[in-house]
Ligand binder design. Structure first.
Ligand code: PLP
Length: 516
């Protein structure tokens, strides 16, 4: 139960061994600059074009262009800049039609942020509107049809990163075509790559964005598809690489690695087929139902990617479920990785109009097409263990009454890292090591022992009862820790406020225990 079960593939994935080998080759044996005209350069160019050919095959890009960029955020940026420059040109040419910028309400933040940024920077002052989604996460196509004649740019995603909801791209396309919309259309295909069949040439899509690290290529490589004839404005100018559309010496390790992943996806011998992924997810669903009676899935399973589950357990907050899974070695998230640091409920689930208990309890579990039986077996077993632990410690779970630590108070807290803790424990064997996590989290993980000293468990909610006793042994330090350092900071502040003079917190928490 204590090894890591990574169920957060929508955030990122480990690199495919063949991709790692391909990247490594471009850094040593085939290290050439693809712009050089000598043989070393020609080899690199060949590798780059092989990767592009695999991309073209997998995406069905036809006469369109596939550019290598640093990731989906850059691809989105380029598509937005290109579209907005084109809208400005249309205006200059005397086109006086209204031009509205429209994005789906559940888009990744990269989309609305880029629209707002470039709209402001280019001084266009166009209206930006979010297209609502229904309770299933699908775009309101009636409204889209009504807006279509005035849309200058439309941004929709192929599949949502938090819920896995697969958009009705054919329906969106019909709405645009039937109303002869002048819209330039960007589709964020990040979560679709390798999981949904794409045939871009046979669609009306102008731009499609991709990120390698969501499908077992490294971070820092992605792709932008540009339909033949659609406008393209470079975001980066320089030596004229990528046909002048994206300058800068190519990220060859990234391109070669992505090429290896794309060619594996084309061959069909590496990634699991759809039916297998569906069967895997059915097993995870059953494990969740067994572990957490009352579990509610936040998007209809038949409308979502087979690799994503978003669910809520009544009466158990996202934070609490996350802590429980984390303690059992299961890595999940409460929404997108980029918003993990913010405590706010998911805007994606709010856009779907889900009840508040669901948005505040939501957890996302996602896996990739490299998953196998053994992995799913282990994941199901760990999920069932988590359910058991939660039931066994149901009495220990009560509203935590945690309050957000105040930055000004936090500045006066003494903090140690794990190595400094060992030194302190050796110097003062009477120091007390206090784990402030909930009992069920402690029960799910191995005991914490440092410098021969075993930690005692006093959940944050019960700290105040212990303070009088600790005050009597004033001379010895109290060291508080938790998973991330957040609750231990609150504990340290609380005990310090009671007048204890040697409270210390372990910065970074258990999450960093293995780092040093
Ligand atoms: N779009 C979606 C749907 C995503 O899930 C992500 C990654 O979180 C992005 C865009 C941004 O990708 P990157 O951060 O790799 O540029």
């Amino acid at each position: 139960m204590h090894h890591e079960i990574y169920l957060d593939a929508n955030a990122t994935t480990p690199v495919l061994p063949a991709a790692l080998a391909a990247a490594s080759d471009t850094m040593q044996a085939s290290f050439g600059n693809p712009s050089s005209s000598h043989s070393t350069g020609l080899v690199a160019r060949e590798l780059r074009e092989d990767a592009r050919a695999s991309a073209a095959r997998l995406l069905g890009s036809g006469e369109g262009t596939v550019l290598f960029v640093s990731g989906a955020t850059e691809a989105i940026q380029t598509a937005v800049l290109s579209s907005l420059c084109e809208l400005r040109e249309r205006r200059k040419r005397g086109d006086t039609r209204r031009q509205v910028l429209v994005y789906g309400a559940t888009e990744h933040k990269a989309v609305p942020e880029s629209l707002a940024h470039w709209n402001r920077l280019l001084g266009l002052e166009l209206e930006i509107r979010a297209l609502p989604v229904n309770a299933e996460g699908l775009h309101d196509l009636e409204l889209l049809r009504a807006w279509a004649p005035e849309i200058g740019m439309l941004c929709t995603m192929a599949a949502n990163n938090e819920t896995g909801v697969v958009s009705d791209l054919a329906g969106i396309e019909r709405a645009l075509v039937e109303s002869a919309s002048p819209a330039l259309w960007l589709v964020d295909c990040v979560q679709a790559l390798g999981k949904l069949a794409l045939d871009l040439k046979n669609t009306r899509i102008d731009y499609a964005a991709f990120s390698g690290h969501k499908l077992h290529a490294p971070k820092g490589i992605g792709m932008l598809y540009v339909r033949e004839g659609s406008p393209c404005t470079p975001l980066v100018m320089g030596g004229g690489q990528e046909g002048g559309w994206r300058s800068g010496t190519e990220n060859m390790p990234g391109i070669a690695a992505l090429g290896a992943v794309l060619s594996a996806a084309c061959r069909g011998d590496t990634f699991k087929p759809h039916e297998t992924l569906h069967a895997y997810r059915d097993r995870l669903v059953q494990a969740l139902r067994d572990a957490f009676p009352g579990v509610a899935f936040n998007a209809p399973l038949e409308r979502t990617l087979p690799t994503t589950l978003n669910f809520s357990v009544p009466g158990v907050s996202s934070r609490m479920l996350m802590d429980l899974f984390e303690a059992a070695g299961v890595r999940v998230s409460a929404g997108s990785a980029c918003s993990a640091a913010k405590a706010a409920p998911s805007y994606v689930l709010e856009a779907m109009g889900l009840a508040e208990w669901r948005t505040t309890s939501a957890v996302r579990m996602s896996f990739g097409p490299l998953a196998d039986e053994a992995f799913i077996d282990a994941a199901c077993a760990a999920i069932r263990d988590c359910g058991r632990i939660l039931r066994d410690s149901a009495s220990a779970i009560k509203p935590s009454g945690e309050r957000a630590a105040n930055d000004a108070d936090a500045a006066h807290v003494r903090a140690l890292d794990w190595r400094e803790l060992d030194t302190l424990l050796q110097r003062d064997p009477q120091a007390l090591l206090i784990d402030v996590r909930e009992r069920f989290e402690v029960a799910a993980a191995a005991p914490v022992v440092r410098a021969g000293k075993t930690a005692v468990n006093v959940p944050l909610t019960e700290i105040e009862q212990e303070v009088p006793r600790w005050m009597l042994e004033h001379a010895h330090p109290l060291v508080f820790f938790c998973r991330s350092g957040n609750r231990s900071l609150q504990a340290t502040l609380a005990v310090q406020r009671e007048g204890h003079v040697s409270c210390i917190q372990l910065s970074g928490g258990l999450a960093l225990q293995a780092v040093r």
